[in-house]
Design a binder for this molecule. Sequence first.
Ligand SMILES: [Zn+2]
Length: 203
Amino acid sequence: MPLPLGHAAIGLTTHDVCSKNNTTFSQWKVVVFVAVLANLPDMDVVIGLIFQGNGSVFHRGPTHSLFFALFMGFLASIAWKFWSQVPKMSFGNCFLVILSHVLADFFFTSSRVSFFWPFEVNWAAGYSGWGDVMNSVFLQSFQDTGIIMGCGLIVILARLTRGYPYNTGIIANAFKILVSQASPLVSYQRERARKSKQDCSYD
Ligand SMILES: [Zn+2]
């Protein structure tokens, strides 16, 4: 069951894998912004708690949809224009981080999401008051340990493979230098071979 910590880990992993460089964890504003975006769909729990005293009443509705990820992803990508504290992130990155929440809920939990809202809506069943929500946020986060460890592994693998084309470039360059250094030698050897062949034919 991905809780805020699990969603943040999945969001940070999504951002890191989609980024061209390794700066995701080096800027605290990016970490906070991605963590907020990764948990944005669960704002429906807060709305339910405030207006109905039941966190489940609006849960897994419109905020857990492709449309929400597109719309909020767009707003998040231009938020830096209105508030200088917000880091500049591409629309694609913001969209994917928010979408990662919906997909994580879909794959890791039994209750459905409203992926194609407004064409479908699947409200979460049951009741969860303030106590239940606080309990799961603060006391059950250890349940996401597996997710966080898996995310760490993905980040390491992504960074290793990201370095791969760079390493390949270095190897290709070294090979090119080697060939350019070796080519006069090769042509000299060829010339010698051709000459010796010619000498043979004179016999
Ligand atoms: Zn959710």
